[in-house]
Structures are given as C-alpha cells and as structure tokens.
Ligand binder design. Structure first.
Ligand SMILES: Cc1cc2nc3c(=O)[nH]c(=O)nc-3n(C[C@H](O)[C@H](O)[C@H](O)COP(=O)(O)O)c2cc1C
Length: 171
C-alpha cells in the first residue's frame, strides 16, 4: 500500500485545481530602483469589485519580484490571446530576460510596460496586499482598460488550449 505524504497531497491538490479552466495573464511592472521591466505569467486572476473597480491575483512568495508590487505601485495586467502561448511560457521562466524579442511600450499613467496584441489590458495600481499562505494576494485597482476582439488563451489541466470559434447556445 502506498503512503500519501505532504508532497503527494500538494500534487493531488494542484491536479484537482487544474480541472478548473482559467484564462492566462501576464502582469508587468518596472522594478525599482533601476526601472528594469519585469513580468510573470499568472492564472490566479479574478475579478473582485465593479465599484470600486478591483481585481486580484496571487504572487508566489518565492518570486524574486516579491517586493515589486507594493501598495500604490503601477502594473499592467494583460489577458493573453490564443496565439500567445509562447509568450506565456517566456514569462513563466524565472531569472531570464523575459522582454527579449518582445514589443512593449512604457505606459505613462502607471509607469509599467504594456505588451501588444492581447485580448485586454488593465492599467492598475496595487490597492492592498493580503497574506495568502505561500502566496501574497495582490488586490489591484483598475485605473483604465482596453480590449480587442481576439480570442483568449485558456489554461486547463497543465496545458494551453484555444477555444476555437464560439458556437451558439440553444436556449
Ligand atoms: C499558466 C501559468 C500560470 C501561473 N500562475 C501563477 C500565479 O498565479 N502566481 C504566481 O506567482 N506564479 C504563477 N505562475 C508561475 C510564474 O509565472 C513563474 O514562476 C514565473 O517564473 C514567475 O516569475 P518571477 O520568477 O520572475 O517572479 C504560473 C505559470 C504558468 C505557466
């Protein structure tokens, strides 16, 4: 009989959580003091409130960029499009120059890098930071947003999927 240790339990939890399909975001900022562009792939994004406009996401306490999202600091949350799986992998690789070969501009409002060709971009400032176990839960206030008609990239059971053409639902 096999015994289930804490690592098996964590893996089992990770596996079952992977059965919840999510979109994929990349969240970018400028690391101070040198203003170096940073970013990471995040699927823990969720909407929180319309009034005031708040969203949330969680940041691993292991991230080298843990201190780069303090209250008041600007960042951009990008909903990735179906053709951006490669970009998602690039921003999920730690300690590389994630912006190599990537087109971006610095948004003047929030002073953070904005990437092209996404489904939507949310220009945010950190509103609050909440303890979330091995992650920090970052609550972001949306100052403004932009959107396109592109289809989203989807993450499900450890893989990137495309939704394909939406089909009509017979009511
Ligand atoms: C689909 C996907 C979703 C992810 N979601 C999160 C997340 O919600 N929070 C997080 O901290 N890391 C998440 N990661 C892992 C980070 O993207 C990865 O650890 C990245 O290297 C962190 O960047 P950093 O090391 O520069 O901080 C995710 C990775 C993938 C592929």
């Amino acid at each position: 009989m096999s015994e289930q240790g804490p690592f098996d339990a964590q893996r089992a939890l990770r596996n079952v959580l992977g059965r919840f399909p999510t979109g994929v975001t990349v969240i970018t900022a400028l690391a101070l003091p040198e203003r170096k562009p940073i970013g990471l792939t995040v699927n823990s994004f969720s909407s929180v409130s319309l009034d005031p406009p708040l969203v949330l996401w969680s940041l691993s306490r292991r991230s080298p960029n843990l201190t780069q999202f303090p209250v008041g600091r600007g960042h951009v949350i990008h909903f990735l499009a179906e053709h951006q799986a490669q970009l998602a992998m690039q921003f999920a690789t730690t300690r590389i120059d994630k912006f190599s070969g990537i087109d971006f501009e610095i948004d003047q409002d929030v002073d953070a890098p904005a990437l092209d060709a996404c489904v939507a971009r949310f220009f945010c400032r950190t509103e609050a930071i909440v303890d979330g176990g091995d992650h920090l839960v970052i609550i972001s206030r949306v100052l403004r947003f932009e959107q396109s008609e592109r289809s989203p990239l989807v993450f499900y059971r450890g893989e990137f999927l495309n939704l394909g053409e939406p089909s009509a639902v017979d009511a």
